[in-house]
Ligand binder design. Structure first.
Ligand code: UDP
Length: 242
C-alpha cells in the first residue's frame, strides 16, 4: 500500500487527494473486498470528534477520509496546509456507482426513512442501467444482526451507509469485521438527495462554495448545526501556526 499523504485539520487526518485520485483509491479498496470504509467529514463532524472519542476512533479507522465541506477546505488553508480540493460525498459516491454501472457491480442502500432507499434506487436504475441492486434497508433499526445478515447474503461491491454522522461512522467501525462487502461509504443524507427528497444547490452555488447557505435557506431548522461552522473556524484560527 502506498504511503497516505494526509493533512491534519483539528485532529482529523484528511487524505490529500483530488476527486479522481480519491475515486481511484476507493476502487482499489473495493476490489480488495475487506469492508474498508470511507468517511466524509464536514466541520460539524470534525468538532464532534473532539468531544466524542468513539466518533474520533471511528473516523480514524477509515481507509479513506475525504473533505466533504467547504469549511474543511478553508480550515486546511488557514492552517497553511491546503487540501487539493473539496470532494463532496455524494459526488464521490456517484462516481463509484458510475464505475459499478460499467462493471455490472452491485450496491446496497442502507439508511434514511422507510421508502427513501427504494425511491433512490428507482432514480439510480434509470441513470445506471448496468448497476445491480443488492438490497435496501431503512436507517431506523435497533438490532444490527438481521441487517448484517441481509447485507452479507448479497455481498455487494458497495454499501452506502446513510445514517447521519457520527452514527454511520460508528456503525461502520463496529461492524466492518463482520461485513462481507467490497467497500462502505458513510454518506449522510445522500439517499434523500438521490431519491429527490432533498434538493442540492444549483451548480453555481456549489462552485461558489455556498452549498451550505442554500441548504440553510431550504431548511432553516439546520441553523443550530450550521452555527458549528463559525465555531470550527474560530478553533482553526486558534490552532493556526504563527
Ligand atoms: N438517519 C437514519 N437513521 C437514524 C438517523 C438518521 O437513517 O437513526 C438518516 C436520516 O433519515 C437522513 C440521514 O440519516 O437521511 C442524515 O441526513 P443529514 O442530512 O442530517 O446528514 P448529514 O448532514 O450527516 O450528511
Amino acid at each position: 500500500m502506498s504511503e497516505r499523504a494526509r493533512i491534519d485539520v483539528l485532529g482529523v487526518a484528511f487524505d490529500n487527494l483530488s476527486m479522481d485520485e480519491a475515486v481511484e483509491r476507493a476502487l482499489t479498496l473495493m476490489r480488495k473486498r475487506r469492508a474498508a470504509y470511507v468517511v466524509t467529514p464536514n466541520p460539524e463532524i470534525v468538532l464532534a470528534c473532539r468531544e466524542d472519542p468513539e466518533a474520533a476512533a471511528a473516523v480514524a479507522g477509515a481507509a479513506l477520509t475525504i473533505p466533504d465541506g467547504i469549511g474543511v477546505i478553508y480550515g486546511a488553508k488557514l492552517l497553511k496546509t491546503p487540501l487539493k480540493e473539496r470532494v463532496p460525498g455524494i459526488d464521490f459516491s456517484t462516481r463509484l456507482l458510475e464505475a459499478l454501472d460499467g462493471s455490472g457491480g452491485s450496491v446496497f442502500l442502507l439508511g434514511s426513512k422507510p421508502g427513501v432507499a427504494e425511491r433512490a434506487w428507482e432514480k439510480l436504475r434509470e441513470r445506471f442501467p448496468g448497476l445491480r441492486l443488492a438490497g435496501v434497508h431503512d436507517g431506523y433499526f435497533s438490532d444490527d444482526g438481521p441487517v448484517l445478515e441481509q447485507i452479507n447474503a448479497a455481498a455487494p461491491e458497495l454499501l452506502l451507509v446513510c445514517l447521519g454522522a457520527p452514527k454511520q461512522e460508528k456503525w461502520m467501525h463496529a461492524n466492518a469485521p463482520r461485513l462481507q462487502v467490497g467497500l462502505m461509504v458513510g454518506n449522510g443524507g445522500a439517499l434523500d438527495v438521490l431519491a429527490g427528497d432533498a434538493a442540492r444547490a444549483p451548480l453555481g452555488w456549489q462552485k461558489a462554495g455556498l452549498e451550505w447557505l442554500y441548504r440553510l435557506l431550504k431548511e432553516p431548522r439546520r441553523i443550530g448545526r450550521m452555527m458549528k461552522l463559525p465555531l470550527f473556524l474560530v478553533q482553526v484560527l486558534r490552532a493556526r501556526p504563527k
